[in-house]
Design a protein around this ligand. Sequence first.
Ligand code: FES
Ligand code: FE2
Length: 316
Amino acid sequence: MFDGFANIWTPVIQARRLGRRPVRQVVAGEPIVLFRGEGGRIGALLDRCPHRGAALSLGRVGRDGCLACPFHGWRFDTDGANQRVPLNPDAKRDQLSATAFPVRQIGDLVWLYTAPGATAPVEPQVPDGLWTDGLSRAYVERDWRCHWTRAMENMLDSPHLPFVHRRTIGRTLRQRMTPVSRMDIDWEDTPFGGRARATLDGAGNAATLEFWRPNVMALHIPIPGRHLRIHALVLPTEAGRTRLTVVGSRDFARGRLLDPWFARMNALIADEDKAVVESSGETEIPPPGEERSVATDRATLQFRRYYHADLRRTAA
Ligand code: FES
Ligand SMILES: [Fe+2]
C-alpha cells in the first residue's frame, strides 16, 4: 500500500471540509474515505468495503456515527469496527472490519498515517505556523499533473525565483542579479528535516526555508516582529497527480476579509510554478547524480538523497 509513501504522517484535507458527509481522498494511489462519527471524531477508512469492495464514500453516516456501506448496509465506526451486518444476526462482526488508518486533527488540517492500524508509532511533526493559536491562515488548493517529488523539490528550490517568479516573489532578486552574481545555499540538518538559507552575492534576505519530512515546506518571510509564513503541503494522489495546498499564516492584518487577498497572492505564485513543474513529466525525481546539478541545487539534492536513500526504502 502507499507505494513509496508508506509509514509516514501526511496532511490530507482541511478539517472544515469534514462533516457527516463522507469525503473520498486518494492518497498515494490508495482511496481513503474520511468522515466524522460519534462526538465529531474523525475516521479514515480504506474506501473499499471488506464485503464486496464498494466505495464506502458513497454511503452515509447515521445517527450512531457509523458509516454505512451503500451496497448491503454494513456499518463501520471511526475505528473501522463493524457494528452491524443487516440480515445476518449471527455474522462474526469482529472479523468483518473495514481497514482503518490513524488520523489527527492539528490546527485546521487532518493528518493521516499511511499504514493501516489503530495506532501510529510516532506523532506528526507539524510546523508551528500550521497550528499555533492567534494566527490567521489562508488556504489555496491546486491539482498538478506531476509526480509529487517534482512539486516538493520545486518548493525547496531558491534559484528558480528570479526566473519563474520574476514578477512576484523573485522580483527583487532579479533586480539585484548581475551576470556574475553568485547564490550560496546554506543547508542545516534539523530533527524534522532541514533548513535552507539563500544569499545573493553574500547578502542574504534572510528568508528561511524549512523542509518538514516528508512533504511540507515552510517559508519564513522576515518582517521584524511579525509572523508571515507560506507553507506548501504536497500530497501524492492518483499516479502522476499531486494536490498542492498552499497555506499562508500571519499574525497581522487578521481580518477574515483579507484572507482571500492573501490566498490570491499565494495562488498567483503557485500558478507561476505549474507549467514548469508539469513539464518535468509524471515520473519521480531521479537519484542525485542522474540529472546535472550545480552548487545552487544544494537543498533539492538534500531532498533527492532523503527521498531515494530514506523514504523510498522505509516506505516500500
Ligand atoms: S459491499 Fe459493502 S456491505 Fe456489501
Ligand atoms: Fe516556485
